[in-house]
Design a protein around this ligand. Sequence first.
Ligand SMILES: Nc1ncnc2c1ncn2[C@@H]1O[C@H](COP(=O)(O)OP(=O)(O)OP(=O)(O)O)[C@@H](O)[C@H]1O
Ligand SMILES: [Mg+2]
Length: 375
Amino acid sequence: MIGIAVASIEFRGVVKRYADSAPTLPGLDLHIRDGEFMVLVGPSGCGKSTTLRMIAGLESVTAGELWIGDRLVNDLPPRDRDVAMVFQNYALYPHMTVFENMAFGLRVRKQPEREIRTRVEAAAETLGLVELLARKPGQLSGGQCQRVALGRAMVRDPQVFLFDEPLSNLDAELRVQMRASIGRLHREFGTTSVYVTHDQVEAMTLGSRIAILNGGELMQVGTPMELYSDPDNVFVAGFMGSPPMNILPVSNLGHALENRLLQLPRQGLERFGAELLLGLRPETLCPAAEAPAHWVRFSAPVEMVETLGAEMLVHLGEGDERLVARLPGLRSLTPGESLSLAFDPAALYLFDAGTRQRLREPRAVVAPESELVTP
Ligand SMILES: Nc1ncnc2c1ncn2[C@@H]1O[C@H](COP(=O)(O)OP(=O)(O)OP(=O)(O)O)[C@@H](O)[C@H]1O
Ligand SMILES: [Mg+2]
């Protein structure tokens, strides 16, 4: 059986600079716990692969410290790190059988033949590859190839698994299957894993925690639900959730937060700037007629409707004041018609328009029920 080995990973002020350009990572502090499944997400070029490759030892650390368990690994060669990486293009050896592909890394490390057989067979069993061990990659589906690539990493029984978008070459159905397999493997073996993806659903469903990077800076680290419900800034708010949170500029003057769509009585916001950003998740909006009395109501012209069957995404408003509402797919709506919507004032988020950081007082912001204005 494949044993359990765990290790924490710690970035302490890690800087990565390629050649003479501005640093790709200006100073990363990130602690990945023993046995955790950490997902790294962020826009293209933000430094996800670089972060992973530094853990593997495939990229040098320009400054700062990188620890795996109790070892400072800055200068430790990849082969001594006990880390296995699964890449997007799984690059199996075409002339070798599935068995030989999985055994390859162990043979290079001069493991005894019996040990190799035991480990490959155990991994094949776990991944449902037993029937395929004698085939060559050309005779496998994409999903089966990806499982072999996973098996090749598993047989090494590493302290750490690294995944760089391992499922992005697969079609939607296989992605779901493989995602479930990877989740199951982690629950079973509990090996510390770092997983890079663009796919929000993968991030939300696999991650014990998610780290969001933007331009080499860590925006926030937290459990999927923490990032979804308690984002620190506009970037995180817009990154988690699909469709993303609506962000609307509002003026913070007089006695209300307002823009052309809505008006909210305010209290205790005087100390913040004259321009704020209001965040509202599409799923927190509902038809005004169905909302409790104390919810905030507003109307906006329908721009476009995306019908998804059970639900629909209604795009409303114009100019800067555009938003999306996720509503049950039961009504028919015509572009141009005015739709009345409502939201619970406790569900809104506020951000500073300049720093784009979260202002964490929205609950104190909105006046008591009786004072709410309906424009
Ligand atoms: N070998 C290299 N030499 C110079 N610059 C590099 C090198 N590798 C990566 N970079 C730069 O570092 C930045 C981060 O690259 P990285 O591959 O880590 O991004 P990423 O977040 O994985 O993006 P993607 O989602 O597109 O894979 C990019 O601006 C990239 O151009
Ligand atoms: Mg990458």
